[in-house]
Design a protein around this ligand. Structure first.
Ligand code: PEP
Ligand code: MN
Length: 385
């Protein structure tokens, strides 16, 4: 037996005496504990305030909390805290308005494919993700000095078949002297949204930007690759989007290892109550020589096997060169992606940020969307395993 386990068992003795549970059984429960969690499913679509108060009072007695997770149709209730007490679960199961308590063994209990959220569907711009190919397109960076390029790009990506418009307002730049974005671009982004009727996606990197973006009506908050491991920001976003209809596009970090690291980053956001998180592979470091990053659209089936969350691949940052983007986009769809997030510009040479290198023209965008839809039709909706 490892010495830290011996220490744990010794520490459990008073607990065992107090609860009159055999030491070995209690220890096993504690051993599995990190990955076991419970979800309450009411008989109706949600608990009434009185029922929620009763359930909360019971779990509070056992040092736990309730986190409602508001799905499109049903609300489910995750028990947070040290939630393995059988007495607590028995009392909850005894309530006549509770259908059942689901036990799930996973380090990402809400994002897991076996979770009760698996039937949740995310809707953006009139598209229910998973039902048809979802496309976000637009400039890497909005140029506040030349807003017309953005307005023209917005109209052109709509015409090409995009369902949502992307536009960088604040930019994470490797060089502190490069253009960092400008809050004025938020007005341009929202004006383009009004003109086209498209919902918009923009990256936020701190709480001030988060508040500005939400107040302005940004529909999809983007967490950039550089911030996908910034747990304080993930928590702040989770808190801010709880009980709002907005979605979060979570890019995969350049430096994420196991697939669980990516899914757990999404769990941070969802654990606050909004399940509208979209996973976005966008290439990783170290790079594949010749490409900007190491393309990772091939992880899509793996993500689909582990989680119910939609996968929207970003081929633009993956390969980093406009001429490679269509092939990477089609590969993503072949791998089972639910959608694509692409950089596009009416005149890439006049763009800023990544646009001169990566942005495809509206013509190329239209062609690749048409081909991707054909591929989707051959492939059908991706259901994972
Ligand atoms: C972007 O979308 O322009 C961007 C900076 O993306 P990433 O965080 O994936 O690098
Ligand atoms: Mn970019």
């Amino acid at each position: 037996m490892e010495s830290d386990q011996r220490g744990l068992l010794a520490g459990l003795r008073p607990v065992r005496r107090a609860l009159d549970i055999p030491l070995r059984r209690r220890a096993t429960m504690f051993h599995d504990a990190a990955d076991v969690s419970f979800m309450i499913l009411p008989k109706a679509n949600r608990l009434t305030p009185e029922q929620l108060a009763e359930v909360t009072a019971i779990v509070t007695e056992f040092g736990c909390n309730i986190q409602p997770i508001v799905g499109t149709v049903r609300t489910i209730y995750a028990i947070l805290g040290d939630e393995r007490d059988e007495l607590m679960i028995n009392r909850l199961e005894g309530l006549d308005y509770i259908d059942r308590i689901d036990r799930i063994q996973s380090s990402f209990k809400l994002m897991d494919r076996r979770s009760d959220l698996a039937s949740h569907r995310i809707k953006v711009g009139g598209v229910t993700l998973g039902e048809e190919l979802f496309v976000i397109a637009g400039q890497c960076t909005i140029d506040p000095k030349n807003p017309n390029y953005f307005y023209e790009t917005a109209a052109a990506v709509k015409e090409a078949g995009a369902h949502a418009l992307r536009g960088g307002v604040w930019k994470p730049r490797s060089n502190p002297y490069s253009f960092q974005g400008d809050t004025k671009s938020l007005d341009i982004l929202m004006e383009a949204s009004r003109r086209t009727g498209l919902p918009v996606d923009a990256e936020v990197m701190d709480e001030e930007q988060l508040k500005l973006a939400l107040d302005a009506g940004v529909a999809v908050l983007q967490v950039g690759a550089r911030n996908a491991l910034n747990y304080s920001l993930l928590r702040a976003i989770g808190r801010a989007v709880a009980e709002r209809k907005v979605a979060v596009l979570l890019k995969r970090s350049l430096h994420m290892g196991p697939i669980s690291e990516f899914i757990s980053a999404a769990e941070y956001i969802v654990s606050f109550g909004n399940p509208n998180v979209i996973l976005c592979p966008r290439g990783t470091a170290p790079t594949l020589d010749g490409y900007r990053n190491h393309p990772d659209e091939s992880i899509t089936p793996l993500l689909k096997e582990k989680t119910w969350a939609p996968v929207v691949v970003d081929p633009s940052h993956s390969v980093g060169k406009a001429s490679y983007v269509p092939a990477c986009a089609l590969a993503a769809v072949a791998y089972g992606a639910d959608g694509l997030c692409l950089e596009a510009h009416v005149s890439p040479n006049h763009g800023i940020g990544d646009d001169p290198k990566q942005a495809v023209t509206p013509d190329v965008l239209g062609g690749l969307i048409a081909q991707a839809r054909q591929l989707w039709a051959m492939r059908g909706p991706s259901k994972g395993k």
